[in-house]
Design a protein around this ligand. Structure first.
Ligand SMILES: Cc1ncc(COP(=O)(O)O)c(C=O)c1O
Length: 389
Protein backbone atom coordinates (compact mmCIF):
# COMPACT_ATOMS: atom_id res chain seq x y z
CA UNK A 1 0.00 0.00 0.00
CA UNK A 2 1.24 3.51 -0.71
CA UNK A 3 0.96 6.34 1.84
CA UNK A 4 -2.44 7.57 0.62
CA UNK A 5 -3.87 4.05 0.63
CA UNK A 6 -2.72 3.48 4.21
CA UNK A 7 -4.42 6.71 5.29
CA UNK A 8 -7.57 5.84 3.41
CA UNK A 9 -7.66 2.49 5.18
CA UNK A 10 -7.24 3.86 8.71
CA UNK A 11 -8.76 7.35 8.61
CA UNK A 12 -11.75 8.18 10.80
CA UNK A 13 -13.43 9.29 7.60
CA UNK A 14 -14.13 12.89 8.58
CA UNK A 15 -11.74 14.41 6.02
CA UNK A 16 -12.25 14.58 2.26
CA UNK A 17 -8.87 13.14 1.32
CA UNK A 18 -6.88 14.47 -1.63
CA UNK A 19 -4.79 12.26 -3.87
CA UNK A 20 -1.63 14.27 -3.24
CA UNK A 21 0.82 13.10 -0.54
CA UNK A 22 2.91 15.95 0.87
CA UNK A 23 6.08 15.16 2.79
CA UNK A 24 8.13 18.36 3.04
CA UNK A 25 7.87 22.14 3.03
CA UNK A 26 10.23 25.07 2.54
CA UNK A 27 9.13 28.71 2.62
CA UNK A 28 5.97 28.95 0.51
CA UNK A 29 6.64 25.62 -1.22
CA UNK A 30 5.42 22.12 -0.46
CA UNK A 31 6.92 18.94 -1.94
CA UNK A 32 5.12 15.71 -2.73
CA UNK A 33 6.42 12.20 -2.18
CA UNK A 34 8.04 12.23 -5.65
CA UNK A 35 9.82 15.54 -5.00
CA UNK A 36 7.45 17.69 -7.12
CA UNK A 37 7.18 21.28 -5.88
CA UNK A 38 3.82 22.99 -5.22
CA UNK A 39 3.12 26.63 -4.39
CA UNK A 40 1.26 26.62 -1.09
CA UNK A 41 -1.61 29.12 -1.06
CA UNK A 42 -3.41 27.38 1.84
CA UNK A 43 -0.74 27.47 4.58
CA UNK A 44 -2.40 24.48 6.29
CA UNK A 45 -5.65 26.50 6.53
CA UNK A 46 -3.87 29.68 7.55
CA UNK A 47 -1.25 28.28 9.94
CA UNK A 48 2.05 28.61 8.07
CA UNK A 49 2.23 32.42 8.03
CA UNK A 50 6.01 32.21 8.57
CA UNK A 51 6.43 29.68 5.78
CA UNK A 52 7.45 26.05 6.19
CA UNK A 53 10.62 24.85 7.96
CA UNK A 54 11.61 28.28 9.26
CA UNK A 55 15.07 27.73 10.81
CA UNK A 56 14.34 29.90 13.88
CA UNK A 57 11.18 27.92 14.70
CA UNK A 58 12.99 24.62 14.18
CA UNK A 59 15.82 25.80 16.42
CA UNK A 60 13.48 27.00 19.21
CA UNK A 61 11.49 23.75 19.18
CA UNK A 62 14.59 21.60 19.16
CA UNK A 63 16.24 23.58 21.98
CA UNK A 64 13.12 23.53 24.15
CA UNK A 65 12.38 19.86 23.41
CA UNK A 66 15.64 18.91 25.05
CA UNK A 67 15.06 21.35 27.96
CA UNK A 68 11.43 21.01 29.11
CA UNK A 69 8.36 20.08 27.07
CA UNK A 70 5.55 19.98 29.58
CA UNK A 71 4.63 21.89 32.71
CA UNK A 72 1.17 22.65 34.05
CA UNK A 73 0.44 26.37 34.09
CA UNK A 74 0.29 26.54 37.88
CA UNK A 75 4.11 26.41 37.83
CA UNK A 76 5.71 29.57 36.39
CA UNK A 77 8.19 28.98 33.56
CA UNK A 78 10.76 31.15 31.75
CA UNK A 79 9.37 30.55 28.22
CA UNK A 80 5.76 31.15 29.25
CA UNK A 81 6.57 34.32 31.16
CA UNK A 82 8.50 35.73 28.22
CA UNK A 83 5.66 34.87 25.83
CA UNK A 84 3.05 36.38 28.15
CA UNK A 85 4.97 39.66 28.23
CA UNK A 86 5.36 39.69 24.47
CA UNK A 87 1.81 38.74 23.50
CA UNK A 88 0.23 41.12 26.03
CA UNK A 89 2.19 43.99 24.50
CA UNK A 90 0.59 43.43 21.08
CA UNK A 91 -2.80 45.08 21.69
CA UNK A 92 -2.95 47.91 24.23
CA UNK A 93 -5.78 47.18 26.66
CA UNK A 94 -5.56 43.39 26.30
CA UNK A 95 -3.08 42.67 29.07
CA UNK A 96 -3.89 39.17 30.31
CA UNK A 97 -3.77 35.89 28.39
CA UNK A 98 -5.13 32.34 28.59
CA UNK A 99 -3.28 29.65 26.62
CA UNK A 100 -4.87 26.57 25.05
CA UNK A 101 -4.18 24.30 22.10
CA UNK A 102 -6.44 25.17 19.18
CA UNK A 103 -8.80 27.76 17.78
CA UNK A 104 -11.99 26.13 18.90
CA UNK A 105 -10.64 25.85 22.45
CA UNK A 106 -9.85 29.56 22.46
CA UNK A 107 -13.47 30.26 21.46
CA UNK A 108 -14.77 27.94 24.20
CA UNK A 109 -12.65 29.78 26.76
CA UNK A 110 -13.86 33.18 25.53
CA UNK A 111 -17.49 32.02 25.93
CA UNK A 112 -16.91 30.70 29.44
CA UNK A 113 -15.09 33.89 30.41
CA UNK A 114 -17.99 35.97 29.03
CA UNK A 115 -20.60 34.10 31.05
CA UNK A 116 -18.62 34.06 34.29
CA UNK A 117 -17.71 37.72 33.86
CA UNK A 118 -21.19 39.09 33.07
CA UNK A 119 -23.44 36.56 34.78
CA UNK A 120 -25.43 36.52 31.51
CA UNK A 121 -26.09 33.56 29.24
CA UNK A 122 -26.68 34.75 25.67
CA UNK A 123 -24.43 35.26 22.66
CA UNK A 124 -24.91 37.07 19.38
CA UNK A 125 -22.92 35.78 16.41
CA UNK A 126 -23.01 36.56 12.69
CA UNK A 127 -24.49 34.72 9.76
CA UNK A 128 -21.78 32.97 7.67
CA UNK A 129 -19.59 32.87 10.84
CA UNK A 130 -17.17 30.02 11.50
CA UNK A 131 -15.83 29.71 15.04
CA UNK A 132 -14.96 26.02 15.34
CA UNK A 133 -16.45 22.57 15.77
CA UNK A 134 -16.70 21.87 19.51
CA UNK A 135 -20.13 22.42 21.04
CA UNK A 136 -19.84 26.05 22.17
CA UNK A 137 -17.96 27.17 19.08
CA UNK A 138 -20.29 25.12 16.87
CA UNK A 139 -23.27 26.88 18.41
CA UNK A 140 -21.79 30.17 17.20
CA UNK A 141 -20.91 28.73 13.78
CA UNK A 142 -23.65 29.47 11.27
CA UNK A 143 -23.45 27.06 8.36
CA UNK A 144 -25.84 24.10 8.61
CA UNK A 145 -23.20 21.93 6.96
CA UNK A 146 -21.26 21.95 10.25
CA UNK A 147 -24.26 21.93 12.61
CA UNK A 148 -26.65 19.39 11.15
CA UNK A 149 -26.76 16.11 13.00
CA UNK A 150 -25.25 17.51 16.20
CA UNK A 151 -28.26 19.14 17.85
CA UNK A 152 -29.03 20.03 20.52
CA UNK A 153 -26.37 22.73 20.44
CA UNK A 154 -25.94 25.22 23.29
CA UNK A 155 -28.98 27.38 24.03
CA UNK A 156 -28.64 31.16 24.02
CA UNK A 157 -27.08 31.73 20.59
CA UNK A 158 -28.55 33.80 17.76
CA UNK A 159 -27.14 34.89 14.40
CA UNK A 160 -27.57 38.25 12.69
CA UNK A 161 -26.52 39.39 9.19
CA UNK A 162 -22.86 40.43 9.07
CA UNK A 163 -22.03 44.11 8.46
CA UNK A 164 -25.62 45.07 9.34
CA UNK A 165 -25.59 47.56 12.22
CA UNK A 166 -29.36 47.71 12.65
CA UNK A 167 -29.70 43.93 13.05
CA UNK A 168 -26.94 43.89 15.65
CA UNK A 169 -28.51 46.80 17.48
CA UNK A 170 -31.79 44.89 17.72
CA UNK A 171 -30.23 41.57 18.79
CA UNK A 172 -28.03 42.78 21.68
CA UNK A 173 -29.81 43.39 24.97
CA UNK A 174 -29.34 43.30 28.76
CA UNK A 175 -29.16 39.48 28.64
CA UNK A 176 -26.33 39.33 26.12
CA UNK A 177 -23.06 38.08 27.59
CA UNK A 178 -21.08 38.76 24.41
CA UNK A 179 -21.11 39.48 20.72
CA UNK A 180 -18.62 37.37 18.74
CA UNK A 181 -17.39 38.50 15.32
CA UNK A 182 -14.66 37.58 12.88
CA UNK A 183 -12.99 40.80 11.75
CA UNK A 184 -12.66 39.23 8.31
CA UNK A 185 -15.01 36.28 7.84
CA UNK A 186 -12.79 33.48 6.53
CA UNK A 187 -14.62 30.21 6.01
CA UNK A 188 -17.82 32.15 5.24
CA UNK A 189 -16.33 33.64 2.06
CA UNK A 190 -13.58 36.18 2.95
CA UNK A 191 -15.70 39.20 3.89
CA UNK A 192 -13.95 42.06 5.76
CA UNK A 193 -16.03 43.96 8.32
CA UNK A 194 -16.76 47.60 7.52
CA UNK A 195 -15.14 50.06 9.98
CA UNK A 196 -18.61 51.43 10.86
CA UNK A 197 -19.79 47.93 11.76
CA UNK A 198 -16.90 47.19 14.11
CA UNK A 199 -17.23 50.63 15.71
CA UNK A 200 -20.99 50.15 16.12
CA UNK A 201 -20.43 46.69 17.64
CA UNK A 202 -18.16 48.25 20.26
CA UNK A 203 -20.67 51.01 21.02
CA UNK A 204 -23.66 48.66 21.20
CA UNK A 205 -21.80 46.27 23.54
CA UNK A 206 -20.74 49.17 25.78
CA UNK A 207 -24.28 50.57 25.95
CA UNK A 208 -25.81 47.20 26.95
CA UNK A 209 -23.00 45.89 29.18
CA UNK A 210 -22.11 43.03 26.81
CA UNK A 211 -18.55 41.97 26.00
CA UNK A 212 -17.10 42.11 22.47
CA UNK A 213 -15.17 39.02 21.35
CA UNK A 214 -13.21 39.23 18.12
CA UNK A 215 -12.20 35.91 16.60
CA UNK A 216 -8.79 36.42 14.98
CA UNK A 217 -8.01 32.75 14.63
CA UNK A 218 -7.73 33.07 10.86
CA UNK A 219 -7.09 36.80 10.51
CA UNK A 220 -4.39 37.09 13.21
CA UNK A 221 -0.61 37.22 13.18
CA UNK A 222 0.02 39.37 10.15
CA UNK A 223 -2.42 37.64 7.83
CA UNK A 224 -4.34 40.84 6.95
CA UNK A 225 -1.40 43.27 6.94
CA UNK A 226 -1.45 44.16 10.65
CA UNK A 227 -0.53 41.92 13.57
CA UNK A 228 -4.27 41.53 14.22
CA UNK A 229 -7.02 42.55 11.81
CA UNK A 230 -8.76 44.58 14.53
CA UNK A 231 -5.80 46.97 14.36
CA UNK A 232 -7.14 48.23 11.03
CA UNK A 233 -9.99 49.71 13.10
CA UNK A 234 -9.90 52.01 16.11
CA UNK A 235 -11.61 49.52 18.41
CA UNK A 236 -10.34 47.40 21.31
CA UNK A 237 -12.32 44.22 21.97
CA UNK A 238 -12.76 42.68 25.43
CA UNK A 239 -11.59 39.26 24.31
CA UNK A 240 -9.51 38.29 21.28
CA UNK A 241 -9.20 34.65 20.25
CA UNK A 242 -6.19 33.50 18.22
CA UNK A 243 -4.46 30.25 17.27
CA UNK A 244 -3.26 28.91 13.88
CA UNK A 245 0.06 30.70 13.25
CA UNK A 246 0.68 31.68 16.88
CA UNK A 247 3.35 29.02 17.55
CA UNK A 248 4.81 28.88 14.03
CA UNK A 249 2.88 25.69 13.24
CA UNK A 250 2.79 23.89 16.60
CA UNK A 251 -0.74 23.54 17.99
CA UNK A 252 -1.51 26.49 20.26
CA UNK A 253 -4.40 28.83 20.92
CA UNK A 254 -4.81 31.87 23.12
CA UNK A 255 -7.35 34.34 24.41
CA UNK A 256 -6.20 37.90 25.02
CA UNK A 257 -8.24 39.44 27.79
CA UNK A 258 -9.27 43.04 28.47
CA UNK A 259 -9.90 44.84 31.73
CA UNK A 260 -13.71 44.50 31.61
CA UNK A 261 -13.46 40.73 31.91
CA UNK A 262 -13.92 39.76 35.55
CA UNK A 263 -14.12 36.77 37.88
CA UNK A 264 -11.30 34.73 36.31
CA UNK A 265 -10.31 32.95 39.50
CA UNK A 266 -8.43 29.64 40.02
CA UNK A 267 -10.38 26.63 38.76
CA UNK A 268 -12.79 28.61 36.56
CA UNK A 269 -11.09 27.17 33.47
CA UNK A 270 -7.90 25.31 32.57
CA UNK A 271 -6.06 23.04 30.15
CA UNK A 272 -3.51 20.27 30.68
CA UNK A 273 -1.41 21.20 27.66
CA UNK A 274 -2.23 24.94 27.68
CA UNK A 275 0.86 27.13 27.97
CA UNK A 276 3.31 24.22 27.82
CA UNK A 277 6.93 25.37 27.52
CA UNK A 278 7.44 23.75 24.09
CA UNK A 279 4.54 25.64 22.47
CA UNK A 280 5.52 28.82 24.35
CA UNK A 281 9.12 28.64 23.08
CA UNK A 282 7.84 28.12 19.53
CA UNK A 283 5.39 31.05 19.87
CA UNK A 284 8.08 33.29 21.30
CA UNK A 285 10.29 32.50 18.30
CA UNK A 286 7.34 32.99 15.90
CA UNK A 287 6.46 36.43 17.31
CA UNK A 288 10.14 37.43 17.19
CA UNK A 289 10.35 36.38 13.52
CA UNK A 290 7.10 38.28 12.82
CA UNK A 291 8.75 41.44 14.14
CA UNK A 292 12.23 40.89 12.67
CA UNK A 293 10.92 40.13 9.18
CA UNK A 294 8.03 42.61 9.47
CA UNK A 295 5.62 39.95 8.26
CA UNK A 296 2.54 42.14 8.82
CA UNK A 297 4.16 44.82 6.61
CA UNK A 298 5.09 42.21 4.01
CA UNK A 299 1.53 40.90 4.06
CA UNK A 300 0.12 44.40 3.53
CA UNK A 301 2.40 45.16 0.58
CA UNK A 302 2.17 41.74 -1.08
CA UNK A 303 -1.57 41.51 -0.44
CA UNK A 304 -2.15 44.86 -2.16
CA UNK A 305 0.01 43.76 -5.09
CA UNK A 306 -1.75 40.39 -5.42
CA UNK A 307 -5.24 41.84 -5.06
CA UNK A 308 -4.61 44.48 -7.72
CA UNK A 309 -3.25 41.87 -10.13
CA UNK A 310 -6.23 39.61 -9.49
CA UNK A 311 -8.63 42.49 -10.08
CA UNK A 312 -7.01 42.99 -13.49
CA UNK A 313 -7.82 39.43 -14.62
CA UNK A 314 -10.36 39.68 -17.38
CA UNK A 315 -12.52 36.59 -16.89
CA UNK A 316 -16.31 36.35 -17.09
CA UNK A 317 -16.11 33.76 -14.26
CA UNK A 318 -15.01 36.31 -11.62
CA UNK A 319 -17.71 38.06 -9.60
CA UNK A 320 -15.47 39.88 -7.11
CA UNK A 321 -11.96 39.91 -5.62
CA UNK A 322 -11.88 40.98 -1.97
CA UNK A 323 -9.87 40.67 1.23
CA UNK A 324 -7.28 42.31 3.44
CA UNK A 325 -3.53 41.73 3.20
CA UNK A 326 -2.81 38.13 2.19
CA UNK A 327 -6.30 36.94 3.13
CA UNK A 328 -7.93 37.07 -0.29
CA UNK A 329 -11.09 35.61 -1.78
CA UNK A 330 -11.84 35.36 -5.49
CA UNK A 331 -15.59 34.94 -5.74
CA UNK A 332 -16.69 33.15 -8.88
CA UNK A 333 -20.04 33.02 -10.62
CA UNK A 334 -19.83 29.23 -10.47
CA UNK A 335 -18.40 26.53 -8.19
CA UNK A 336 -14.75 26.89 -7.17
CA UNK A 337 -14.00 23.14 -7.11
CA UNK A 338 -13.10 22.58 -10.81
CA UNK A 339 -10.77 25.59 -10.72
CA UNK A 340 -9.09 24.40 -7.51
CA UNK A 341 -8.52 21.01 -9.13
CA UNK A 342 -7.07 22.72 -12.24
CA UNK A 343 -4.77 24.78 -9.99
CA UNK A 344 -3.58 21.63 -8.22
CA UNK A 345 -2.88 20.00 -11.61
CA UNK A 346 -0.67 23.04 -12.29
CA UNK A 347 1.02 22.66 -8.88
CA UNK A 348 -0.71 25.43 -6.96
CA UNK A 349 -2.60 24.50 -3.79
CA UNK A 350 -5.50 26.76 -2.83
CA UNK A 351 -8.82 26.03 -1.15
CA UNK A 352 -12.41 27.17 -1.08
CA UNK A 353 -14.44 29.38 1.25
CA UNK A 354 -18.02 28.30 0.73
CA UNK A 355 -19.00 26.89 -2.67
CA UNK A 356 -17.93 29.67 -4.99
CA UNK A 357 -14.93 31.42 -3.44
CA UNK A 358 -11.29 30.53 -4.15
CA UNK A 359 -9.51 31.34 -0.88
CA UNK A 360 -5.85 32.38 -1.01
CA UNK A 361 -3.92 32.31 2.28
CA UNK A 362 -0.29 31.94 1.17
CA UNK A 363 2.57 32.07 3.68
CA UNK A 364 3.44 35.73 4.25
CA UNK A 365 6.98 34.95 3.04
CA UNK A 366 5.71 34.18 -0.48
CA UNK A 367 7.97 35.97 -2.98
CA UNK A 368 6.81 38.47 -5.62
CA UNK A 369 8.01 35.97 -8.24
CA UNK A 370 5.74 33.33 -6.74
CA UNK A 371 2.85 35.82 -6.65
CA UNK A 372 3.36 36.62 -10.35
CA UNK A 373 3.36 32.89 -11.10
CA UNK A 374 0.14 32.43 -9.09
CA UNK A 375 -1.54 35.25 -11.03
CA UNK A 376 -0.39 33.84 -14.42
CA UNK A 377 -1.69 30.36 -13.61
CA UNK A 378 -4.95 31.64 -12.11
CA UNK A 379 -5.50 33.80 -15.21
CA UNK A 380 -4.97 30.80 -17.47
CA UNK A 381 -7.26 28.60 -15.35
CA UNK A 382 -10.03 31.19 -15.06
CA UNK A 383 -10.06 31.94 -18.76
CA UNK A 384 -9.76 28.36 -20.12
CA UNK A 385 -11.23 25.87 -17.63
CA UNK A 386 -14.86 24.96 -18.10
CA UNK A 387 -16.93 25.90 -15.03
CA UNK A 388 -19.46 23.77 -13.18
CA UNK A 389 -22.68 25.75 -12.50
C1 LIG B 1 -12.27 32.22 12.49
C2 LIG B 1 -12.02 30.83 13.01
N1 LIG B 1 -12.39 30.51 14.27
C3 LIG B 1 -12.17 29.29 14.78
C4 LIG B 1 -11.58 28.29 14.04
C5 LIG B 1 -11.35 26.94 14.64
O1 LIG B 1 -9.98 26.69 14.80
P1 LIG B 1 -9.44 25.20 15.04
O2 LIG B 1 -9.61 24.46 13.74
O3 LIG B 1 -7.99 25.40 15.42
O4 LIG B 1 -10.22 24.62 16.15
C6 LIG B 1 -11.19 28.57 12.72
C7 LIG B 1 -10.58 27.51 11.88
O5 LIG B 1 -10.48 27.60 10.69
C8 LIG B 1 -11.41 29.87 12.19
O6 LIG B 1 -11.06 30.19 10.94
Amino acid sequence: MNIAEIENKYTSGVYAKKTLTIVRGQGASLFDVDGNEYLDCESGHGVANLGHAHPKIAEAISRQASTLITLFESFPNDQRAALMEKICALVPGLDRVFFCNSGTEAVEAAFKFSRISTGRKNFVAAMRAFHGRTYGALSATYNKKYRDGFEPLLPGFCHVPYNNIEALDQAVNEETAAVILEVVQGEGGVYPASPEYIEAARRICDERGALLIVDEIQSGFGRTGRMFAIQHYSVTPDLLTCAKSLAGGLPMGAVLIGRNVKNLTPGVHGSTFGGNPLACAAALAALTVMEEEDLPGQSAAKGKYLKEKLQEINSPSIREVRGLGLMIGVELKQKAAPYLKALQDRRILAFNAGLTVIRLLPPLVITYEQIDHLVDVLTEVLTTVQGDE
